[in-house]
Ligand binder design. Structure first.
Ligand code: AMP
Length: 212
């Protein structure tokens, strides 16, 4: 299955991508994770992307499209993939069509803005393995430490309140039209993401069963 996950930052795309990856055995490709890793490693992509990332702005279409094109050409994508965080603009969606990649569905996880702000400001991530926690809804067993690898938990720079509001603004302005793009192709599937992780996973897997 070739799948796109849409939804505001903090809607739970990463967590759901992991769940789908486990059930369907297809790789979850997070452009955000790839870009963060590039920034951490100081690669050419990282150098170009850093300022956008820190400001909560989108990295240029050109950079992200090239990155996804390379990634989808890897052998592990042959039997399907989950794109988490791409496309985020109509230009990116058009580029994906031009790559002749057949998309089965674009699954949109819907969460209201107020819930997004609360989720993102309480989110903490592992500085080593990237596992995600929430101070209130999904705390780690030992405060400030990752359950899986024991490394320190940190707040992503772009999860600071002012940057969260900017990311939401960018989402409404640039990414919402992508929903319309897939809706016109008859490929949009909407799932309520307001509930807990487990409830949302159930809805997501049920929706994907209907697509298969
Ligand atoms: P995420 O982890 O998906 O919220 O992505 C974090 C940041 O990476 C975004 O705020 C953007 O700066 C950048 N980014 C990730 N995916 C894209 C994309 N498809 N287009 C442009 N920028 C992106």
């Amino acid at each position: 299955m070739n799948l796109i996950l849409l939804g505001a930052p903090g809607a739970g795309k990463g967590t759901q991508a992991e769940c789908i990856c486990n059930v369907y055995g297809i790789p979850a490709i997070s452009t955000g994770n790839i870009i963060r890793e590039a920034v951490k490693n100081g690669t050419e992509l990282g150098e170009k992307a850093k300022a956008f990332l820190d400001a909560g702005a989108l990295v240029t279409d050109e950079l992200v499209i090239a990155l996804v094109k390379d990634r989808l050409a890897q052998p592990d994508c042959q039997n399907g993939f989950i794109l988490d965080g791409f496309p985020r603009t109509v230009v990116q969606a058009e580029a994906l069509d031009q790559m002749n990649v057949k998309i089965d569905t674009a699954l949109d996880i819907e969460v209201a803005d107020e819930a997004i702000v609360s989720r993102l400001s309480g989110r903490r991530v592992c500085s080593s393995c990237g596992a995600s926690y929430h101070l209130e809804y999904n705390p780690s067993k030992t405060e400030g430490k990752c359950d899986s690898c024991g490394a320190d938990l940190v707040q992503r720079k772009d999860d600071h309140p002012a940057t969260v509001l900017e990311r939401l603004r960018v989402y409404h302005e640039q990414t919402e039209p992508v929903k319309e793009y897939y809706s016109k192709q008859g490929k949009l599937t909407v799932v309520d993401g307001q509930g807990g992780v487990k409830d949302t996973s159930e809805l997501v897997l049920k929706a994907l069963e209907a697509v298969k």
